[in-house]
Write a protein that binds this ligand. Structure first.
Ligand SMILES: NC(=O)c1ccc[n+]([C@@H]2O[C@H](COP(=O)([O-])OP(=O)(O)OC[C@H]3O[C@@H](n4cnc5c(N)ncnc54)[C@H](OP(=O)(O)O)[C@@H]3O)[C@@H](O)[C@H]2O)c1
Length: 379
């Protein structure tokens, strides 16, 4: 029986992780949950359903306490970090945004393993996270879960390149991105996910974040990480080896597969997701990313290769721009422009040395100030 802590339990990943756990009561047991605090009744209902004795919320602690008895409530900015440090077999981090970095570090510092959905942890604080040892992290992102599994087919020195697949997002077939609405950007063609990652998929910023994530997670140079459009999202990623063989991991798009694998690795969880139906005719397509229409992938690769604090700047600027788009203050097509302009202005941050979380926070603060000013200029 594995004891699991879930951070961000009210979100898309968190809810699906709880469904995986509910379907496998002899394999997994949840012992603590955390969330931001925007949906406290759901968090409490989850705790009651799974018999969890302790929850954390970054805001709304008083409301949580007033709605429940017999469940301890930790509240405040560091609540998820405190929950992450509870001794357990694995902490699943399903928080959205680089606010998830502190809890990832807290889990690792406490000696816990981490099932990482929060890719921003690795983008903003990759070296800090990696310093704890990559063997303590299992990826939840479907692409990285696929790579993790494909890498088992050969030794690291035999890897020629890793190829991430990308659905292409909501606008892969749309030429004119000048009048995109929020509702359109929130409609993903193959995956059902939280709002930020769905918008990041539409700009392809998500694929850029994933390239940086793969660099840290698998200790691979950027030259060995590529991305390709695959609209059906069945091939989750591939590894090409030096003999010319390419190993891929496949399943119809459903996050329960990678979530179950991350919680149970190296064991597999029976019936975690449906398999490919080979009795039905189907075809899968692959095509190169159109960098002119979607410059975010090249930009992320550039920031990742420059290193230092520049990936954290890339992510923080994107968080500002996406929030501005969601609140109607920025055009969709300007999101990546803001990210590009912020990373250009703060390029020297690539030379910075990151020693701890406060260094990352300071860099992010600089990036947010610049990005917010650029958003105001665009208005
Ligand atoms: N969804 C997917 O299919 C998918 C696939 C691959 C990777 N990912 C990655 O997984 C992460 C989560 O994505 P998601 O789609 O599940 O996001 P989501 O649906 O927006 O859920 C985010 C979760 O984070 C919580 N949260 C927000 N701020 C917090 C804070 N300050 N402290 C603690 N918890 C906080 C939210 O709590 P409240 O409800 O209280 O706000 C919610 O539970 C992202 O990094 C994303 O890129 C997601």
């Amino acid at each position: 029986m594995r004891e699991i802590v879930i951070l961000g339990s009210t979100g898309s990943i968190g809810v699906q992780a709880l469904e995986v756990i509910a379907a496998n009561p002899n394999k997994f047991k949840v012992i603590a949950l955390s969330a931001g605090g925007s949906n406290i009744p759901t968090l409490i209902a989850q705790a009651q359903k799974f018999g969890v004795g302790i929850i954390g919320v970054s805001s709304g602690g008083e409301i949580a306490r007033s709605l429940t008895s017999g469940i301890s409530v930790i509240d405040g900015e560091s609540a998820s970090s405190e929950i992450a440090a509870i001794t357990c077999d694995i902490v699943l981090n399903g928080i959205t945004g680089s606010i998830g970095l502190g809890p990832t570090l807290a889990a690792l510092a406490a000696g816990n393993k981490v099932a990482l959905a929060n890719k921003e942890s690795l983008v903003a604080g990759g070296a800090l996270v990696a310093a704890f040892g990559l063997e303590r992290i299992t990826p939840v992102d479907s692409e990285h879960s696929a790579l993790y599994q494909c890498f088992m087919a050969g030794s690291k020195s035999e890897v020629k390149r890793a190829i991430l697949t990308a659905s292409g997002g909501a606008f892969r077939d749309r030429r004119d991105l000048s009048s995109v609405t929020l509702a359109e950007a929130l409609t993903h063609p193959t995956w059902s996910m939280g709002p930020v990652v769905t918008i990041n998929s539409a700009t392809l910023v998500n694929k850029g974040l994933e390239i940086i994530e793969a660099h840290y997670l698998f200790d691979l140079p950027y030259e060995k990480i590529e991305a390709v459009i695959h609209p059906q999202s069945v091939v989750h990623s591939m590894v090409e080896f030096i003999d010319g063989a390419t190993i891929a991991q496949l399943s119809p798009p459903n996050m329960k597969g990678p979530i179950a694998y991350a919680l149970g690795a190296p064991d597999r969880t029976a019936h975690a997701t449906t398999a490919v139906d080979w009795s039905a005719a189907q075809s899968w397509n692959f095509s190169p990313i159109d960098s002119a229409r979607f410059p975010a992938v090249d930009l992320a690769r550039h920031c990742g290769s420059r290193g230092g604090g520049l990936p954290a700047v890339f992510n923080a600027a994107n968080e500002v721009a996406v929030a501005a788009f969601m609140s109607g203050d920025l055009e969709f097509s300007a999101i990546v422009e803001i990210v590009a302009a912020t990373t250009t202005k703060l390029d020297s941050i690539a030379n910075s040395v990151i020693r701890d979380l406060s260094d990352v926070s300071a860099i992010e603060e600089d990036a947010r100030v610049v990005a917010n000013a650029l958003v105001v200029e665009k208005k």
